[in-house]
Design a protein around this ligand. Structure first.
Ligand code: SAM
Length: 233
């Protein structure tokens, strides 16, 4: 990673890093590069990209929305751990569940948690729409996040069933999400979601703008959702 970009970027967001957090990000970056030679984890492997497009991008929500202390967070389709792992590094109080349908990525994430000494993180190999049917996970999370997994209509069906009533679903999107959101609105409401809030945020150390799409869970999700993967698509 590019340490200077990461430190400057977090300072621009109004935050700072402890020595422990800095070494956790450095270890994470090293593991990402090492394992990426053996398996396909990410297309972004340059130091600047890891700091800006992975680490800073993942932690943006912490500086724009309130996440209560000790909240439970599920990151759906986390891949190599984004945004779930950087969020956990900055907010060690969170109890984090990382979910991905590819088992090799889960093996990587377990190694990351071990090497970085992250506690209270559960790595689950599974599909979001299957977890959403399981009472162990259904409507159990204060915050459900997802980045770069699907469009908002599909993502709503993956994430809102897992979100507690009173909790929030947060999609990390690139700029230009408005049409996608208006297409998804009816389905998000059916799934128990309230009025979406779209928060445009500049990504530090870049000329990019990200959109945080925050949807409050207002009502329980009807029992017929989530449907099977082929139905959702
Ligand atoms: N969120 C990460 C990021 O932003 O770098 C990874 C994005 S990657 C493009 C999409 C990930 O979602 C893949 O790792 C894939 O295995 C996972 N995925 C896709 N559909 C899923 C589902 N229904 N349930 C769980 N994981 C899923």
């Amino acid at each position: 990673m590019n340490q200077t970009l990461l430190i400057q970027g977090i300072a621009a967001l109004g935050g700072s890093l402890s020595d422990t957090q800095l070494s956790q990000f450095a270890a994470y970056s090293a593991l990402l590069k090492e394992w990426n030679q053996k398996m396909n984890l990410t297309a972004i492997t340059d130091d600047d990209g890891i700091s800006v497009k992975h680490f800073l991008d993942s932690i943006l929500p912490l500086y724009h929305i309130q996440i209560p202390p000790n909240a439970s967070l599920a990151d759906i389709g986390t891949g190599a751990g984004f945004p779930g792992v950087p969020l956990k590094i900055i907010r060690p109080d969170l109890s984090v569940t990382l979910v991905d349908s590819l088992n090799k990525r889960i093996t990587f994430l377990e190694a990351v948690c071990r090497e970085l000494g992250l506690t209270n993180v559960t790595c689950i190999h599974g599909r979001a729409e299957e977890l959403g049917k399981d009472n162990k996970y259904r409507e159990k999370f204060d915050l459900v996040t997802s980045r770069a997994v699907a469009n908002l209509r599909v993502l709503g069906e993956y994430c809102l069933p897992l979100t507690k009533v009173g909790g929030q679903f947060l999609a990390l999107k690139a700029d230009g999400v408005d049409e996608e959101l208006s297409d998804a609105r009816p389905m998000l409401g059916t799934l128990g979601g309230g009025k979406p809030q779209v928060i445009p945020v500049p990504l530090p150390e870049s000329d990019m703008v990200r959109k945080l799409v925050l949807i409050p869970k207002e009502k329980p999700t009807p029992s017929q959702f989530p449907r099977r993967a082929n139905k959702i698509k």
